[in-house]
Design a protein. Structure first.
Length: 313
């Protein structure tokens, strides 16, 4: 299903990135005005526009395009979507704005992490956003979407250029990667399984703990995750998320001086996730779990390695 309507005039759009229900964009509508929160990569833009059309809205009804941060599974399609939505403003964390205005450095980083072939296949070339259409946020800043208040919170930990968006109407946070990942394949009768996201290059566990605490202080009813969908009971999910972050950083510290650190860290992370999934009631075969977790294990190990090399251990 390319998109699903949720309560409070929120639509989760499956961007089609990697696999079904892996990465979402959110369409928020208020009094005929629209905003997209996260976009997915360039290839997702037709899906976003189709969701807009399905709600009877023209492209000039889009007032805001709001990436939570500039990692390309969240922001790769920003420039292309802005070209299709002529009245929209880009609302972005100040640390990320320059990468949307001139994406050359960002693309260099993506190629360094993923390689030329995968970068070209998954992301293509980014379209720059004119500087006059860019609005940068500050902690506590609020914008109005058709009379609906959207408030921004600076939430470092996954990345220093990350903000989350509070929707007063639904009493929910659009969390990007700050509140982790909850792939539908891992849901059990106990509910969603939360997987931390420590991808390179700015992971900071202390900052992430603090950011999660600030999100919970608003007493949210829902968290709208980019990976993937709306989850409830945030307090309990945060406990699972943060306990795994602590286990992951502990494993990284224990391997700080190992000559084969990266491969051993990948195995340690996989062991943590498999054990937690079994405790959570997952009955999936281990081979399938390994396949579903492979990219996150690799990226999380890379991010923890950068953190160690910066003195995090």
């Amino acid at each position: 299903m390319p998109h699903q309507d949720l309560p409070h005039s929120i639509t989760v759009v499956d961007t089609g990135f990697v696999r079904p229900r892996f990465a979402a964009s959110y369409l928020v509508i208020a009094n005929g005005r629209a905003a997209f929160i996260d976009t997915g990569p360039n290839s997702a833009v037709p899906r976003l526009l189709a969701a807009l059309e399905a709600h009877g809205l023209e492209r000039d009804a889009v007032d805001y395009v709001i990436p939570t941060h500039v990692h390309l599974d969240h922001a790769g399609g920003v420039g292309l979507l802005m070209r299709e939505a002529p009245r929209a403003q880009l609302v972005i964390h100040p640390r990320g704005a320059r990468h949307m205005i001139d994406p050359a450095v960002l693309m260099e980083g993506v190629r360094a992490v993923y390689g030329e072939e995968i970068a070209a296949r998954d992301y293509g070339e980014l379209s720059p956003v004119p500087v006059e259409r860019v609005v940068t946020t500050s902690d506590g800043m609020t914008i109005e979407l058709g009379g609906r208040a959207l408030r921004f919170m600076d939430t470092p930990g996954h990345a220093r250029h990350h903000h989350c968006i509070w929707d007063e109407e639904s009493r929910g946070w659009f969390t990007g990667d700050t509140f982790g990942l909850a792939y539908p394949e891992f849901r059990t009768e106990k509910g969603p399984y939360m997987l931390p996201a420590t991808a390179p290059v700015q992971f900071d566990p202390e900052a992430l703990h603090a950011s999660v605490g600030r999100l919970l202080a608003a007493a949210p009813r829902s968290m709208y995750l980019t990976h993937y969908g709306a989850v409830s009971n945030p307090e309990a999910l945060a406990g699972q998320l943060l306990a795994q972050i602590d286990a992951m950083t502990g494993a990284a510290r224990a391997l700080a001086g190992a000559p084969d650190r990266h491969e051993r860290l990948k195995q340690a992370l996989a062991d943590i996730y498999f054990a937690e999934l079994r405790r959570h009631g997952s009955r999936e075969e281990e081979a399938r779990l390994r396949m579903l977790l492979a990219t996150d294990v690799e990226l999380n190990a890379q991010g923890l390695g950068v953190w160690l090399d910066k003195g995090g251990g």
